[in-house]
Design a protein around this ligand. Structure first.
Ligand SMILES: C=C(OP(=O)(O)O)C(=O)O
Ligand SMILES: [Mg+2]
Length: 574
């Protein structure tokens, strides 16, 4: 047995075989072949096998994620049947007497660089398709197995260098019992996705892909960030028991689904869910969400080849608003950038993507993209209780410009006969220290704030949320951060505005007493955290916590803050 430590990213225990998600190196050498006919037949067989594989992936994807997500694989099959490309490969084998791998790799490289250089998005996508498909056929020719999550047939724990948010979103929960990665932090988007999907995860292990062999048995404990490789019988029994206890705990929490979110002394707050797609609404409701505090709309833009249209977005927003049945729904406008990329936008690579051209900065520059989204939101607004929130606001000018665009699009829609709700609140994320410090000014103009601690912590501490080497500086309990949060809440309340939090800190049970002490109104979190939070709330006294506010803010270190809470816990838990 070996153990590997990482960052606990999503709670729960997974016990299954490791599935190493690593792309093998495909080495292609030039060889001369005497029998070109036999070589062409070998190529033919590899093409047929690759097509069959793609067809299987297409069917699996369509069944699980729908026809639009599966369409990409149809495009790949078409590439394999393209007479120009395949004809060129065959001609090369015949005329030069070379092996099929070499002929394919050379021909594909030619087309890939030709298309990739064109100033045309469609052709650039074709280049990516050819590259993808070539790898698949080469793997067949070289008899190397490519990992593919959509072809899983047994329960596994995924072991990978890193996972993109869309890879995480596409995991089939029947088979993927957990995942662990070399890089990433608790607030990387793959970690956030894992929590909303309820998949145990450990990130930031540095070298798990080198510590574990494909197929080895592993236990992943997402509660304490430990991976046990090749556990012995005793450990297996112990962890099976632990898993069972957690299931029993879940059943206790289930009883609170319809209960109000109220402290022992009668103070009510709102517990809302963070969602990424309309499909997440069901999970939010099952877990007792009283609203959606953050709909990360960028996931509608990911895992596809082009921007979603106004109609497509309208359907998605409507589905969420109707699904929530009149409960408040905070929809955040496109927050692309950082660890969330949109390859089809062809944005230049930046040195510091978390400090770069992203979110509202991009939306206010590329206003077509922004206006399309705003129109879809306004049209959907009559289907429920919509609130619109702008991400990464640093200055008042940005908020005013975004608000102005909303007003313009509203007027245009109404002039063309569309109904738009008159009760839409407009708010901002507080995730940049400049906005937190100027909250008193913002509070005069916005309807609400939602504190995005995932980014606010990284910008306040200058510690990348994705970098496990500076994870020790990523401190939610640092008094510097707590003072910023306090200032935001005080400033909002002075203007009669409400304040939510939709960063991961909102669902952190250790942070709950502090956030109550500071007077937070709304807590938005992964659906799976709602019931544990509601349960903890019932044991806390808001009045007593409020009296601790000044003492908390006067502390010098996170350790002192936590020690104070520990001391007071008996008092606080009424
Ligand atoms: C909720 C937040 O936004 P995201 O995690 O999507 O950056 C945040 O920054 O806290
Ligand atoms: Mg953010």
């Amino acid at each position: 047995m070996r153990t590997v430590a990482g960052i606990a990213a999503s709670p729960g225990i997974a016990i299954a075989k490791a599935y190493l998600l690593e792309m093998p190196e495909l080495q292609v050498e030039r060889q001369t072949v005497a029998d070109t006919k036999a070589e062409l037949q070998r190529l033919e067989r590899a093409l047929a096998a690759a097509k069959a594989e793609l067809e299987e992936i297409r069917l699996q994807t369509e069944a699980r994620l729908g026809a639009d997500k599966a369409a990409i694989f149809e495009a790949h099959v078409l590439v394999l049947s393209d007479p120009e490309l395949i004809g060129a490969v065959q001609a090369k084998v015949e005329s030069e007497g070379v092996n099929a791998e070499y002929a394919l790799a050379e021909t594909a490289d030619f087309y890939i660089s030709l298309f990739a250089q064109m100033d045309n998005d469609y052709m650039k996508e074709r280049a990516a398709d050819i590259e993808d498909v070539t790898q698949r056929v080469l793997a067949q020719l070289l008899q190397v197995k490519l990992p593919d999550l959509s072809l899983l047939q047994e329960e596994v724990v995924i072991v990978a260098e890193d996972l993109t948010p869309s890879e995480t979103a596409q995991m089939d929960r029947r088979y993927v019992k957990g995942f662990t990665t070399n890089i990433g932090g608790r607030t990387s988007h793959s970690a956030i996705m894992a929590r909303s999907l309820g998949i145990p995860a450990i990130v930031g292990t540095k070298d798990i892909t080198r510590q574990v062999q494909d197929g080895e048995m592993i236990i992943l404990d997402g509660n304490d960030g430990m991976v046990l490789v090749q556990p012995d019988e005793e450990q297996l029994v112990a962890y099976n028991d632990k898993q069972l206890m957690q299931q029993q705990q879940q059943e206790q929490w289930r009883k609170l689904v319809q209960e109000p979110s109220v402290t022992a002394d009668g103070h009510t707050v709102e517990l809302a869910a963070n969602i990424g797609t309309p499909d997440d609404v069901a999970g939010a409701l099952v877990n007792g969400a009283e609203g959606v505090g953050l709909f990360r709309t960028e996931f509608l833009y990911m895992g596809r080849n082009a921007l979603p249209t106004e109609e497509e977005q309208l359907q998605a927003y409507r589905a969420v608003l109707e699904g929530m049945g009149g409960k408040p729904v905070v929809v955040r406008t496109l927050d692309i950038g950082g660890d969330k990329e949109l390859p089809y936008l062809q944005l230049p690579k930046e040195l510091n993507p978390f400090l770069g051209f992203r979110a509202i900065r991009l939306c206010l520059a590329e206003t077509d993209i922004f206006r399309t989204q705003i129109r879809a939101l306004l049209r959907a607004s009559v289907s429920g209780n919509l609130k619109i929130m702008f991400p990464m606001i640093a200055t008042l000018q940005e908020f005013r410009a975004a608000k102005e665009i909303v007003a313009e699009e509203k007027a245009k829609l109404q002039a063309s006969g569309h109904a738009v709700s008159e009760a839409i609140e407009l708010g901002i994320m507080i995730e940049i220290p400049a906005a937190a410090l100027l909250a008193d000014q913002f509070a005069k103009e916005v309807d609400f704030f939602s504190i995005g601690t995932n980014d606010l912590i990284q910008y306040t501490m200058a510690a990348d949320r994705m970098n496990e080497q500076v994870a020790h500086l990523y401190q939610p309990f640092n008094p510097a951060l707590l003072r910023l949060i306090d200032g935001v809440i005080q400033a909002a309340h002075a203007q009669g505005k409400w304040v939510g939090m939709c960063g991961e800190m909102a669902g952190d049970l250790q942070a709950l007493p502090i956030l109550l002490a500071l007077g937070l109104d709304e807590f938005s979190m992964s659906a799976a955290s709602i019931l544990p939070t509601r349960s903890a709330l019932r044991g806390l006294s808001q009045l007593q916590l409020q009296q601790l506010r000044e003492e908390i803010l006067a502390k010098a270190t996170p350790e002192e803050v936590l020690a104070l809470l520990d001391e007071q816990l008996e008092e606080v838990y009424a």
